[in-house]
Design a protein around this ligand. Sequence first.
Ligand SMILES: Cc1cc2nc3c(=O)[nH]c(=O)nc-3n(C[C@H](O)[C@H](O)[C@H](O)COP(=O)(O)O)c2cc1C
Length: 369
Amino acid sequence: MTLEHSPLFSPAKIGAFTVKNRLAIAPMIRVSADNAGFMTQAMAQYYREFAEAGFGLIITEGLYTDKRFSQTYRYQPGLSDIEQAKSWQPLIASVNDSNTLLIAQLMHGGALSQHNKYRDHTLAPSPVRPLGKQMTFYYGQGQYALPEQMTTQDIQEAVEGFVAAAVNAKASGFHGVEIHGANGYLLDQFLTPYTNQRSDLYGGPLENRLRLYREILLAVRAAVGDDFIVGVRFSQKKVNDSEHLWPEAIEAAWQTFTMAKNCKVDYIHTTEPQASAPAFANSPSLAALAKHYSGLPVIANGGIVNGEQALDVLENQEADFIAIGRAALANPRWAEAVRHGKTLHAFDYDMFKPLANLESAKSYFQTRI
Ligand SMILES: Cc1cc2nc3c(=O)[nH]c(=O)nc-3n(C[C@H](O)[C@H](O)[C@H](O)COP(=O)(O)O)c2cc1C
C-alpha cells in the first residue's frame, strides 16, 4: 500500500525548523570512523543514502563529546574538537540538498566505555561494574572495567564536554543535537539507582538522579541559543540490561518529561523494544507519556518495521515522529519504499558479522544480491 498521502509524509515542526515528514533515522553506532574520530567517505555515503531516499530527519550515531572519558567504542566518531565536527561538512551539504535535517547525537559512555584512546580507565557515578559483557561486534571482549567514581569536578568536565560538542556541531552546520540520556550510558547511569549509589546532590531521590540531565540540557541550551535544535533521548532498557524498568514508574515519567520541558528542549525521543507497548503495568507507552507530560514533539522508536506500524503510532497520537533503526539498515531506502508501497527486506543480524561496521554490512549486501 502506498502511504504517499498519509500523515507520515506531512511536515511538522521541531523547534525553529520544519521537518518535511515524520520519518527519522534512529542513532546507530557503526564503528566506522577513522582513528582520529573523523567521519569517513564510507560513512558520508551511508548517511547520504538515507537523505536521498526521503527521511526527513537523520540522527547521527552517538558522537563522543570530549577527550577525557566520553569515548565508548573503537572507531567511534567524535565532536570533541572543531576538526572532527568539520569532517561532517560534506554530508551536511548533501543533506541540505535533500531538505533533510541532521541532528548530532552527543554521547558519553561512562562505565560502558569499551575503548577510549584518551584515557585508560572509565568513570561513572559510582564504582559499580556494569552488568553483562562488552559487545564483540564493537570490538569489545570480556567484562566491562570497574569504573572510578566521578568527583564533582569530573561531573563538571563532562557537562563542559557536552556544551563544547554542541557548539562544535552548530559551528559546522548541523541543525541540532540530541543529548543521549538513554540505553545505559553515562546519563542513564545517573538515573538508575543500581549504578548510582551516590549520597551527594547527584544521588538518592529521582530529582537528584536527574540533576546531570538538567545541568547538561540547560548549559547546552544557553550555549547554542534558540535557533538550534536540542533534543534528549530516554529509555528504560539498556544495552547491557534488557529488563530494566524505571522504579518510580509513572512518577518517574512525570518528573523526567517535565524536567525536559522545563529545560526548554525542542523534542523528546523515547526508545523501547516496542514503541507502542505500555511502559508500565496498565499505562500508556513511554512515547505517549512523554507527549502527555511535556507537550513537546516526541520521536518514538523501537520495533517498527513497516509503514503501517509507523502510521499507527502517529494516528494514535502517541508521537509526532517515528525513528527507524534496524529496518533502515536492512532497507536504506525504507522511506522511499514505504512512500511507494514497495517490498521491504527483513533485518538480519548476520549484517553485523563479524562487526557492526559498514565494511561487514557491505559484504553482507554483496551476498544478499
Ligand atoms: C547497530 C546499532 C547501533 C546503535 N547505536 C546507537 C547509538 O549510537 N545511540 C543510540 O541512542 N541508540 C543506538 N542504537 C539503538 C537504536 O537507535 C534503536 O533504539 C534500536 O535499534 C531499536 O530500534 P529499531 O527496533 O528500529 O531497530 C543502536 C542500534 C543498533 C542496531
